[in-house]
Design a protein around this ligand. Structure first.
Ligand SMILES: Cc1ncc(COP(=O)(O)O)c(C=O)c1O
Length: 455
């Protein structure tokens, strides 16, 4: 079914997006000598994109030939050659540090979902799946969305299954954004937005959320959104801050979007990790479903980040664009894992309650521990991240602090400057992840108590 897009005023003027050039701010981490002229083992870490979530690329072991060609990359991705996460992980390994940087659990997902995947493989569900999702999963996603938001969506026409939320993000940007379109993001932001917006050729406008509460600066937002804005990206609960957008904030954004005919792309992968308030889906606000793409995935909710099953829910006129891009990005995603994800989404309420309880206990260990160490800890209402101010310890910026923490203390955190359009905004802040077993969290706190001294 082809549904025409309701927007007609595409702006084709191309203005390259501006993203942080971290090399100017943190030369130590972007030392050009790190980018060699030949394909040696030390070359390959430099290829990793800025990602906080994935294992860094390991140097391949089967490279036997050497060339002397300069690095090549399309201009749209030139800015993303940063290697800070690879550097942090290499440092972590070298110093035997406890890794509270990477955003994935160090424990496994539930057996009933793994059994469902094994069963699906045994049942022969192993060939290409239907492009927009196996029917059972589209139905399960629509059911879950109804339970969560009260909205009834058509599983066949309004749900698209993707390879993780990452692909939902890419398909949404590529399917609905034209070169030169203005897109508003709240900084700090998950790094996939920057890369995919760059690929889409968007003109990015950032609005900075500032500590202590990372509240939306309403006046700034009101003057930023205009009829020239194509879309705004929201991530709630929010990586890296743990902020959850309040109803008041969402309502203000919603009315500005309706007034200016702006689309909303909302990333809700941490919706089930909402601790201090109820998660609110933008799509559930009056008048918003028809202009919203809601993106989510299996990974965080079921501690199965490696499975990479995600989805985008949107009205047919937006789903069309998302599916057009998805069709050529991956076409379809892992069939047996989709069947297992359908089983996961039918988990009883008790599963979600227990998940929250467990994560709140982990959050308490880390937050109390960080306070006892001497950090200024900002509130984390959702996600499995907490952001702290490292300045009591006297290091020059977030990168220098994280380097010190890894080398001298034996704990890894993530510098937040990489999440900002202007890296200076993040120089006092670092992010810790608490998606780790309690023993690991306590051990990290003990190391910091012992070795990290306030200035
Ligand atoms: C805010 C946010 N969105 C999307 C993703 C990616 O989700 P997935 O693993 O389902 O692709 C992450 C991963 O960490 C994230 O933090």
């Amino acid at each position: 079914m082809q549904v025409p897009c309701t927007r007609t005023h595409y702006r084709m003027r191309f203005k390259p997006p501006s993203f942080p050039d971290l090399s100017r701010h943190f030369p130590a981490f972007f030392n050009p000598s790190f980018i060699p002229t030949s394909y040696s083992r030390s070359f390959f870490p430099a290829m990793a994109t800025l990602s906080t979530q994935k294992e860094p690329l390991s140097p391949p072991t089967d490279v036997t030939h050497k060339t002397h060609q300069p690095l090549q990359v399309a201009k749209r991705l030139e800015k993303f050659k940063g290697t800070i996460f690879t550097q942090m992980s290499l440092l972590a390994r070298k110093h035997g540090a406890i890794n509270l940087g990477q955003g994935f659990p160090n424990f496994d997902g539930p057996d009933f979902i793994k059994e469902a995947a094994i069963q699906a493989i045994r049942d022969g569900k192993n060939q290409y799946a239907r492009g927009y999702g196996v029917p059972d999963l589209n139905f399960a996603i629509a059911d879950r969305f109804k339970k969560d938001t009260g909205l009834t969506v058509d599983p066949e026409k309004e749900v698209t299954v993707t390879s993780g939320c990452t692909e939902a993000i890419a398909a949404t940007m590529l399917g609905l954004i034209n070169p030169g379109d203005e897109v508003i993001v709240f900084a700090p932001f998950y790094d996939s937005y920057a890369a995919t917006l760059s690929i889409a050729g968007a003109n990015v406008k950032g609005i900075t959320l500032r500590p202590p509460d990372f509240a939306v600066p309403m006046e700034e937002l009101k003057s930023a959104i205009s009829k020239n804005t194509r879309a705004i990206i929201i991530n709630t609960p929010h990586n890296p801050t743990g902020k959850m957008f309040t109803r008041e904030e969402l309502q203000t954004i919603a009315s500005l979007c309706i007034e200016n005919d702006v689309l909303v792309f909302t990333d809700e992968v941490y919706d089930k990790l909402s601790f201090d308030m109820d998660h609110i889906s933008m799509a559930s606000l009056p008048g918003m479903f028809e202009r919203t793409v809601t993106m989510n995935s299996l990974g965080k909710t079921f501690s199965l980040t490696g499975w990479k099953i995600g989805w985008a829910i949107a009205p047919p006129h937006l789903t069309w664009g998302v599916r057009q891009a998805h069709c050529f990005l991956t076409f379809s995603t892992s069939a047996p894992m989709q069947w297992a994800t359908a089983a996961a989404l039918r988990a009883p309420d008790s599963y979600y309650e227990e998940l929250k309880r467990d994560y709140m206990a982990k959050r308490a260990i880390l937050v109390e521990g960080l306070k006892a160490v001497g950090f200024k800890v900002f509130p984390s209402s959702g996600t499995y991240f907490v952001v702290v101010d490292h300045t009591p310890f006297g290091l020059e910026n977030d990168v220098a602090f994280c380097e010190y923490l890894t080398k001298e203390v034996g704990v890894v955190a993530i510098p937040t400057s990489v999440f900002y359009l202007n890296p200076e905004d993040g120089k006092n802040l670092v992010r810790f992840a608490f998606c780790k077993d309690e023993q690991t969290l306590s051990a990290a706190v003990e190391r910091m108590k012992e070795k990290l001294k306030r200035n």
